[in-house]
Design a protein around this ligand. Structure first.
Ligand code: PEP
Ligand code: MG
Length: 544
């Protein structure tokens, strides 16, 4: 038995046979060629064929999973037009006289290396896209079939890295979970695993992959981030027990759909979901979220190669409100900066990015960027129930400036005779100690607060939330954090405003009763946690 440690992406367990996914043509010919122009024509034909395949995949994915998930195939088509990528392949053929498949494979390695060495997690994840388009070209050039076709038994898919274009079209009845040697929790693959509720572990390392073979039985634990090969009897027994418990629990929890978020003594609160995309939004309502407490709009920017236009943003927000019907969606305005960087923003590097030009600061410095988003949100408000929330507020002045820009945007829309909800609710994230401490002065200017405990803990305890070496120093229940939460609730309630929590701590059921006793009005959690938190609410009593 051997236990491998990676990063858990979705907290479920799976036991089953391994299916090693190799999307490369297994042997890439290394022959040199003499007729370079014939080889370049052969490459061009393969490129045309690849683009046609991607066009078909786009249409297929659009019909099956919607625009957002289909977009990756459009990106891949664009990558097949990239001048640097094409120049590198052509040079390999013309100057080094290698066959086209080998030229593609060498170019793929070069570009994937470049991406994977980048600091930024989003750019790192793009290495998988370069490999994906290159492998498609290689398969065409070598006349190979797509290697997923033989999968006939439910299996745990393992790969060096998961290729986004394949995951979307996996037949879900054959997939028990995913594990990859590389990858990051921000990759498309991880995002998809989470929305599909599949157990998944990434970052297990290349040595792990070398030790895996097809059909061997393994245990994948997305909670602990582990992958056990050749499990002994005891671990298998334990995992099977956990699997049964997991299934039983899912059934019990499913029975809570449609039941109220009310304590034993009758206190009802709002149980909402955190999402970052339209597909996660749909998933949230499948888990019976009563609303969306945090829509992280920055993910819409991370998924683009350039600034999304007002029209693109408006269409996405409008689709979101149409999916939500009359349920509230709280859209958080752009929270770019710190760990969430976007190349086309061209932000200068900073000594302390978490304390730097991020979120509302970036928006107040670039009012046009902010107003484009506000216009799109206001326009979408004509179609449903939405609220606007500003991140990282730390002073009254910032909040006033943000509200002034919103007012200015409303006046422009009125002049242009464009419809929007004039009574749209606004709120702020309380995620800096300063905001909690002056929440009394901030509350009159907004309709609600949502406490972002992930950042509030980081700034209160001066503990970088990105640094895993600090885990031993981190107390998620630090009394200072709980005091700031309580202070925020009291200050909001004193002027009749409501308060929620949307940081990860909202799904910590050991604190549910505490939050209810403090008077918290809303909890917003990742969708797969909704029903577990509902159960904790229903089991709580706060009249003690
Ligand atoms: C938070 O800081 O608690 C929060 C919800 O925002 P994010 O995790 O996106 O920074
Ligand atoms: Mg935050």
């Amino acid at each position: 038995m051997r236990k491998w440690q990676g990063l858990g992406v979705f907290p479920k367990i799976a036991i089953g046979p391994v299916y090693v996914l190799s999307l490369r043509a297994s042997i890439i010919p290394t022959d040199k060629i003499s007729d370079t122009s014939a080889e370049i024509t052969r490459f061009e034909n393969a490129r045309t064929q690849a683009k046609a395949q991607l066009h078909d995949l786009y249409q297929q994915a659009l019909a099956q999973t919607g625009e957002e998930n289909a977009a990756i195939f459009e990106i891949h088509q664009m990558m097949l037009e990239d001048a640097d990528y094409l120049e590198s392949i052509n040079d390999f053929i013309k100057n080094e006289k290698y066959n086209a498949a080998y030229a593609v494979s060498k170019t793929s390695e070069k570009f994937a290396d470049l991406f994977s060495q980048m600091e930024d997690d989003y750019m790192k994840a793009r290495a998988a896209d370069v490999q994906d388009i290159s492998n498609r070209l290689i398969r065409i050039l070598c006349g190979k079939e797509d290697s997923l076709a033989p999968l006939q038994t439910p299996s745990i898919i393992i790969a060096e890295d998961l290729l986004p274009s394949q995951i979307l079209l996996f037949d879900e009845k054959y997939i028990l979970g995913f594990a990859t040697a590389k990858g990051s929790v921000n990759s498309h693959a991880s995002i998809l695993a989470r929305t599909k509720g599949l157990p998944a572990v990434v970052g297990l390392g290349m040595k792990w992959l070398d030790n895996c073979s097809n059909k061997q039985t393994v245990i994948l634990d997305g909670q602990k981030g582990t992958f056990i090969t050749e499990p002994d009897e005891t671990s298998l027994k334990q995992a099977k027990k956990m699997l049964l418990e997991q299934e039983e629990e899912s059934l019990q929890l499913a029975a809570l759909k449609g039941t109220p978020d009310k304590t034993k003594d009758g206190r009802e609160i709002k149980l909402y979901a955190n999402v970052g995309s339209l597909s996660e939004l749909k998933e949230a309502f499948n888990f019976d979220a009563r609303g969306i407490g945090l829509f992280r709009t920055e993910f819409l920017y991370l998924d683009h190669q350039d600034y999304p236009t007002e029209e693109t943003l408006f269409e996405t927000f409008k689709q979101a409100v149409q999916i939500a019907k009359d349920k509230l969606i709280i859209f958080r305005t752009l929270d770019i900066g710190a760990d969430k960087t976007v190349p086309y923003f061209n932000l200068p590097s900073e000594e302390n990015p978490a304390l730097g030009m991020r979120a509302i600061r970036l928006c107040l410095t670039n009012p046009q960027l902010f107003k484009t988003q506000l216009r799109a949100l206001l326009r979408a408000s004509a179609f449903g129930n939405i609220a606007i929330m500003y991140p990282m507020i730390s002073s009254l002045k910032e909040l006033e400036q943000a509200q002034n820009l919103l007012e200015e945007t409303k006046q422009e829309l009125i002049k242009e005779k464009i419809a929007f909800n004039k009574d749209i609710q606004t709120g702020i994230m309380i995620e800096t100690p300063a905001a909690a401490l002056v929440s009394e002065t901030l509350a009159p200017l907004v309709d609600f607060f949502s406490i972002g405990t992930n950042d509030l803990l980081q700034y209160t305890c001066a503990l970088d939330r990105q640094n895993s070496a600090l885990i031993p120093f981190t107390d998620l229940h630090h009394p200072a954090l709980l005091k700031l939460i309580k202070m925020t609730v009291d200050n909001a309630h004193s002027v009749g405003k409501w308060v929620g929590i949307c940081g990860e701590i909202a799904s910590d059921i050991s604190l549910t009763e505490t939050f209810l006793s403090m008077g918290i009005d809303e909890l917003s959690v990742a969708s797969p946690h909704i029903l577990r938190v509902r159960r904790a609410i229903q089991q709580a009593r706060i009249d003690k």
